[in-house]
Design a protein around this ligand. Sequence first.
Ligand code: ZN
Length: 141
Amino acid sequence: MLVEKGKTFIGKFNKDDDLLLALNAFCGSKNIKTGVFSIIGAVQKASVGYYDQDKKVYTNNIELNKKMEIVSCQGNISLKDGKICVHAHISLSDEAGKCFGGHLIPGTVIWAAEYYIQELRGSELNRKYDSETGLSLWREE
Ligand code: ZN
């Protein structure tokens, strides 16, 4: 589907806030219904999910209780059941440069987080349950 660039935001989230909740709150406050984003910075600890494709459930909430760099955190914003839905994946590195990552879930505590958020405008992008994957995927109406 065709979209056009809307507003562009750049800034930082607050230390000690939850990364995913801060991102959700920001998108809600700016009414960003469609968009993409990129975040770098550092976290005090992180929580990521892993989706088991055979069982079709998020089987693991991986708790990473260490201070790490946000190597990359990217994702998109769309609608699910009429509400703003932020989908983010994150890569994190430790003091040895080892990387961890996954589907961002609540429990990731910000040390510093610099965001770039691009709102997109056009048709709505809606998530609907997809029985083949067990995920809520985009469906064009
Ligand atoms: Zn995901």
